[in-house]
Design a protein around this ligand. Structure first.
Ligand code: PLP
Length: 446
């Protein structure tokens, strides 16, 4: 998509934006005294810009959600049109836009899924999926991965493996297991196949020890994202499906980050030949233009609630503006072959480009990913695989920003997660900047 003139979107002034932000905005996930946020004024396609018209190539998709790119005209128009007709309506009513949004999501679901429960985002999608699984099975426990992120509300943050240190009084019936991570294997495995097999044995042993009759759900990200784009090895998700079937456990796949094109297919699980019982989604479903998420429900689980109340829902569940954005986003992605683009750019540019980067920089321990969902794992020693220290990662992040690339940096990794619409040339440009920054920070004299 062409960059519209950044100067056309300028409004207000950057210094005022920063002054008001620091005076009155309490930021999430932050120590408030140590913030220096960018003040962004506008965007288009894969670019964002500040109040002075300086532009950045957005390799972060913000929080890995702007799959269709910034300011897609069709999505913006759909929100405006809906706002002019009916800006809000209670969830209990029937609404044409909401019905069309659910139909659009179901269009990309496997056979056997016809219902969607809409939420305000990813965390409450997981909350509701867990509740559905508990009511469906009459059991309590939920098994998830240590390396995972499922959201920052009551049950979702307890299911999250990455944040077990966050105190939570609701931590009830949650069990964690190690998932496959061949580069840092907990199982001493020497191949992806062995990693998969051993991780499955571990999962089966933990479930046996917990008591299979007490386990309601296995909740996994199809591709753990925030934890490092840990694409599961062949056979892992199929093996999890088998274990879930063996014990009558509901398999919930969290596609909040991986879904809606990011991995080069509509849902990541399609690439693993697996059909879950519940799918949670958010982010890419409408690229975050208006907050939305949901649970895609298999007919078997949905039937539990034919004659029984499902006790869940919020005032804004299925909000018409969010639903208008869902319909327009999915239709635009279909018409413009956005998912196909993500697959092609990943296969022909990002994958080979990052492999080349790994071959030339000793600090690149591993690159992994699919579609427009990649992580570059950086180490200070390729033999011990010790992660690059936080100060060096901060220098890499600053170097990328200084060269007009907006990165997603997490722990010792740079995630390359641009909008799914990225062109081959834009992807090449982003990788060239990453290459130059790694050289400048890690090999300054070379
Ligand atoms: N699940 C996954 C896999 C995520 O990546 C995220 C957010 O990054 C969430 C759930 C939580 O979504 P939200 O922030 O919309 O609540």
């Amino acid at each position: 998509m062409p960059i519209t003139d950044p100067s056309a979107a300028l409004e207000g002034d950057g210094a005022t934006a920063l002054r008001l932000d620091r005076a009155h905005v309490f930021h999430s996930w932050s120590a408030q005294a140590h913030l220096a946020p960018l003040a962004l004024a506008g965007g288009s396609g894969c670019h964002v810009w500040d109040h002075d018209g300086r532009t950045w190539l957005d390799l972060s998709s913000q929080l890995v959600n702007v799959n269709i790119g910034h300011q897609h005209p069709r999505v913006v128009a759909a929100i405006q049109e809906q706002a002019a007709v009916l800006a809000t309506i209670a969830p209990a009513t029937a609404n044409l836009t909401r019905g069309r949004a659910a139909q659009a999501v179901v269009r990309h679901a496997p056979p056997g899924f016809s219902k969607v429960f809409f939420t305000n985002g990813g965390a409450d999608a997981n909350e509701n999926a867990i509740r559905m699984a508990r009511l469906h099975t009459g059991r309590d426990k939920v098994v998830s991965h240590y390396r995972s992120y499922h959201g920052n509300t009551g049950a979702a943050v307890v299911a999250t493996g990455d944040w077990r240190r966050v105190p939570n009084e609701y931590a009830r019936g949650h069990v964690h297991v190690f998932g496959p991570y061949a580069y840092r294997s907990e199982f001493w495995s020497t191949s992806p196949e062995q990693e998969s097999e051993r991780a499955l044995q571990h999962l089966a042993h933990v479930i046996a020890a917990e008591g299979p009759d007490s386990v309601a759900a296995i909740l996994l990200e199809s591709v753990p994202g925030t934890a490092g784009v840990l694409v599961p090895p062949p056979g892992y998700l199929a093996g999890v499906r088998e274990i879930a079937d063996r014990y009558g456990i509901v398999l919930i796949l969290d596609e909040v980050m991986a879904g809606f094109g990011r991995t080069g297919t509509w849902f990541a699980f399609e690439q693993h030949g697996v059909v879950p019982d519940l799918v949670t989604f958010a982010k890419g479903v409408n690229s975050g233009y208006v907050p939305a998420g949901g649970v895609l429900i298999s007919d078997a689980v949905a039937a539990t609630f034919d004659d029984r109340v499902f006790p869940g829902g919020l005032t804004y569940s299925g909000h018409p503006l969010a639903m208008a954005a869902v319909v327009a986003t999915i239709e635009a992605m279909e018409d413009e072959l956005v998912v196909e683009n993500a697959a092609a750019v990943g296969r022909t540019v990002i994958g080979p480009g990052l492999a080349d980067l790994a071959a030339r920089h000793a600090a690149v321990g591993e690159v992994r990913g699919t579609g427009v969902f990649w992580a570059v794992e950086l180490v200070s020693d390729p033999v011990t695989r010790a992660p690059l220290p936080p100060a060096t990662m901060a220098a890499i992040k600053a170097g990328l920003l200084a060269r007009d690339v907006l990165p997603f940096v997490q722990d010792n990794r740079v995630h390359v997660v641009p909008p799914c619409i990225i062109s081959p040339d834009e992807a090449r440009e982003g990788l060239a900047v990453l290459d130059a920054v790694l050289t400048a920070v890690l090999e300054p004299s070379g």
